[in-house]
Design a protein around this ligand. Structure first.
Ligand SMILES: [Zn+2]
Length: 490
């Protein structure tokens, strides 16, 4: 036998061993030989601390607020410390789908078009024979490469007309269409289905039924930008009744979102797909809800109120049921985790995944190799790194450092409504999360040694990302109009 033949034989043997011992290598489940499907459900602007499975208690006389997600958490693995890379929809969702931080994939603000030299999860799976479909109520006009079929609320109601109905109606229609897609003959090919829900995004305008159950408090305020904007701009102190009312309206939208998710989970059961579908649930970012600087929204904030997200991964045939993981993880870890579970392996053009598979954390209680969470904020129009105001964030398990070298005050809505006002952000902010998890007491001045250590790691991280950063395409007119209607662009 020649050396070449021997090498080939060794490689073949290794391949066979890998196929036998690495779960998911064949794209088949261990239990049933049925192909594994992937369902990613993302919600817009959802805080984890509003979910029953994260400990939230709704009104005592109301039904549980999130029976669907609570069930998913009982069937899967819940992460109590999961973080988004940016408090903004397009950058964060693009991270979920590329396994790259915004600084690398280049979509650093809403409306930017992903560079064609990045490979998305959908492209990887579609190329391996998965049927891919996305049902979207936000980030509608992005390219979304790899999804063979895309439904959006614009298809049913039109880009302008859709704003005449509440987000709960958008989400109801999304669910209806997604269920219909799941009803169709699935054939032999596995599927990758992505659902992105709009609730509980502002305006907080739930249905009357949900409002009655979860926002019973009476107050003078409601959840529209017209009501909430001035509270932020004028630093208006809210009464406990008004704050409870506004947050109750947000919670009612969370309940409404969950009813949609519950329908999808039941449909999977009815279709016999529950056991062989990997389900990932996350949100793109959270919401301040008045936690800092009288601000309710998300795009300006780098605090945990916005960067912390719910994350549940469920695959009952392969992953533990009801497990809770406290190790801090990032949305950038999702692509490597999914690929580890269902494949496909192999490299793709421009491959350089930045997250890490969470399977060792889930299955072996191992530490995550990267002990930090990184996040960013960048001024629209100055998205090329180093050309304008940028804020970078590093979070360890015990401390957080926010670096805003230019001292810029982020000015998304509602600040965009008034010239010269922005989200207050110091040049350096350091929080000891062990005693100050709500990030209210900036210790940067008195903890310079710790600040210096985190700043060094953060700077090295930024420098390493600059080597791989992509230049995104600009939004077209239709996308810009849509972003303006959502309040993202002035
Ligand atoms: Zn969002």
């Amino acid at each position: 036998m020649s050396t070449r033949d021997r090498n080939c034989k060794h490689k073949l043997l290794l391949l066979l061993l890998l196929m036998i011992f690495i779960p998911g290598c064949t794209g088949k489940s261990d239990s049933s030989e049925a192909p594994l499907n992937l369902l990613i459900i993302t919600a817009d602007t959802l805080r984890s601390d509003r979910l029953g499975c994260y400990g939230f208690q709704g009104p005592s006389d109301a039904p549980p607020i999130t029976p669907g997600l609570d069930q998913l958490a009982r069937d899967g693995v819940l992460f109590t410390n999961a973080f988004a890379p940016r408090g903004s929809t397009w950058p964060s969702l693009t991270t979920i789908h590329t396994g790259l931080y915004p600084l690398s994939h280049g979509v650093r603000n809403n409306g930017q078009m992903l560079s064609s030299d990045v490979t998305t999860l959908a492209q990887r799976l579609h190329q391996k024979g998965f049927r891919t479909a996305a049902f979207l109520n936000n980030m509608i006009h992005a390219p979304h490469p790899g999804f063979a079929q895309i439904w959006s609320i614009d298809d049913e109601l039109g880009t302008e007309r859709k704003y005449s109905v509440p987000y709960s109606e958008w989400d109801r229609r999304l669910t209806k269409n997604a269920l219909s897609w799941l009803s169709k003959d699935q054939g032999e090919k596995p599927f990758f289905l992505w659902l992105h829900y709009m609730e509980p995004h502002e305006p907080y305008a739930p249905s009357l039924e949900m409002e009655r159950l979860y926002a019973p408090a009476r107050g003078a305020k409601n959840g529209t930008m017209r009501d909430l904007g001035p509270i932020t701009l004028d630093q208006e102190d809210l009464s406990s009744v008004d704050l409870a009312r506004i947050q109750g309206l947000y919670n009612a939208q969370v309940a409404s979102l969950d009813r949609s998710i519950l329908s999808v989970l039941r449909k999977l059961e009815d279709e016999g797909l529950s056991q062989n579908t990997l389900i990932v649930f996350a949100s793109d970012h959270g919401e301040e809800l008045y936690d800092h600087h009288h601000y309710f929204f998300h795009a300006c904030s780098s605090y945990d109120s916005v960067l912390r997200v719910p994350l549940v991964i469920s695959l009952p045939s392969r992953l533990p049921k009801g497990k809770r993981v406290a190790t801090q993880v990032e949305l950038v870890d999702l692509v490597p985790t999914v690929l580890d579970l269902i494949g496909p392996g192999g490299s793709f053009p421009g491959d350089n995944l930045e997250g890490e598979s969470l399977l060792p954390v889930i299955l072996e209680d191992k530490s995550r190799k990267n002990p930090y969470v990184f996040a960013e904020w960048v001024q629209r129009g100055h998205d090329t790194p180093g050309t304008g105001p940028e804020i970078y964030v590093i979070r360890s398990e015990v401390a957080k450092f926010i670096h805003n070298p230019t001292g810029f005050q982020p000015d998304n809505n509602p600040y965009g409504l008034r010239e010269g006002v922005g989200f207050p952000q110091e040049v350096e902010e350091y929080y000891d999360l062990t005693v100050d998890p709500r990030e209210l007491n900036n210790l940067a001045a008195s903890r310079q040694a710790e600040v210096e250590e985190l700043r060094k790691i953060l700077n090295e991280w930024v420098q390493s990302k600059l080597k791989t950063t992509r230049t995104p395409g600009s939004p077209d007119e239709k996308t810009l109009n849509n972003l303006k209607a959502l309040g993202y662009v002035r």
